[in-house]
Design a protein around this ligand. Structure first.
Ligand code: SAH
Length: 358
């Protein structure tokens, strides 16, 4: 298979164009075709000489992702099964609300983190997505927003399959292409990167500061509880995470969002609430109390509504914005934590053996 021309950095593309005896401005033209006009075939590059188009096509191709299956939820949410260049499949979701159209995109095929409550964790991590594969999911959803809703895509969340901070350079490159004026030209403030909380990479992201918002899947502010439900916490504990988040805030002045599910007999005690309140006193944060989407494990059950209210009240008492969020797209397994390639197209051999799962 010929390499994707989009895998070349701008410098490398320019070197390649020069090696063909062409002028550097051709590289700029090509970049615009690739990232702004989302061209799928070299023949569409109408301002390039035909001979040049042919030469490029001998060395490179353009592998656009293919949306193999589209499912629509009763609430309007759309889930895509996205086939990648090597046949592997990830999922991406379009979430419409009154004010926004949000694209929820994947950054890895499967996931290595093993969060106990997440369906994606049941899929082996197969590989990282390339920057262009991440980018293409946004382009596809942008088209769907126009086609099905006659609206613009407004927001992007890296909350699909995988851990974006474990595919750092490709995620950063995708953000650059989504935000660049030579690319999709979207505002970085409308992009949220969600992480399980890899402290070291949060600091790197703070240093690079691409202007995006940061969400952290917290789920508990007590080490012992968090380590049980999110194994990453065993090597990357709350103290290390908090320190990294303080660093993030100092560098970016951007308030963190904590994603938080409240489960019965896991994190619905008063002391769980107190621990989160204490953390939020230390860090400027906003809390999304998200609905649990059951994935068939009897150990996890959504807490009673009054316990979720208790969280909200305790947080609001100290001036922290806390929102109780209902899930979207549950009927098509498109909600948080449900992306698991369950449909026919996507099933593949991705599922781990039963013993691996829980
Ligand atoms: N790996 C990144 C990106 C995935 S985002 C991260 O963890 O942030 C997916 C979000 O859905 C995370 O906040 C995750 O904690 C949450 N989630 C996972 N399983 C869930 C479930 N069954 N119900 C509700 N939310 C879930």
């Amino acid at each position: 298979m010929k390499p994707d021309l989009r895998s070349l950095s701008r410098d490398k593309l320019e070197q390649y164009i020069l090696s063909l005896g062409e002028k550097p401005f051709r590289a700029r033209q090509i970049e615009t075709w690739l990232w702004q006009k989302n061209c799928t075939d070299f023949d569409q590059m109408s301002d390039l000489p035909k001979s040049l188009r042919q030469k490029i096509a001998e060395d490179y191709s353009i592998h656009i992702i293919q949306v193999d299956q589209i499912q629509r939820s009763a609430d309007g949410t759309i889930k895509n099964a996205v086939r990648l260049r090597d046949g592997l499949v990830v999922e991406s979701v379009l979430i419409p609300t009154d004010r926004r159209i949000t694209a929820c995109i994947s950054s890895q095929v499967g996931c290595s983190l093993d969060c106990r409550f997440c369906a994606t964790a049941r899929l082996k991590r197969m590989r990282n997505l390339d920057a262009q594969e991440i980018f293409d999911q946004v382009v596809a959803i942008r088209e769907q927003a126009r086609l099905y809703f006659d609206r613009q895509l407004t927001n992007i969340v890296y909350m699909g399959m995988g851990e974006p901070l474990l595919n750092y350079s490709n995620v950063i490159r995708s953000i650059e292409k989504i935000t660049s004026s030579d690319g999709l030209g979207m505002s970085a403030r409308r992009i949220t990167l969600s992480t399980v909380g890899i402290a070291k990479m949060i600091k790197t992201l703070a240093d690079d500061n691409p202007g995006v918002r940061l969400a952290v899947s917290l789920h508990s502010a007590i080490d012992e509880v968090r380590s049980r439900i999110m194994p990453i916490n065993q090597s990357n504990d709350l103290c290390t995470l908090t320190e990294a988040l303080e660093y993030w805030y100092a560098r970016t002045k951007s308030r963190i969002t904590f994603e938080y599910v409240v489960w019965k007999n896991i994190n619905d005690r008063d002391e769980d609430i107190r621990a989160l309140v204490k953390l939020c006193k230390r860090l400027p944060a906003k809390v999304n109390l998200i609905e649990y989407n059951a994935i068939g494990d009897p150990n996890f059950e959504q807490a009673e509504p009054h316990r979720i209210e208790a969280y909200k009240n305790a947080l609001e008492d100290i001036g922290v914005i806390a929102k109780i969020r209902r899930s979207r797209g549950k009927d098509i397994d498109a909600a948080c934590g449900q992306l698991a390639n369950k449909n026919d197209v996507a099933f593949e051999t991705l599922q781990k053996s039963k013993t691996d799962s829980f």
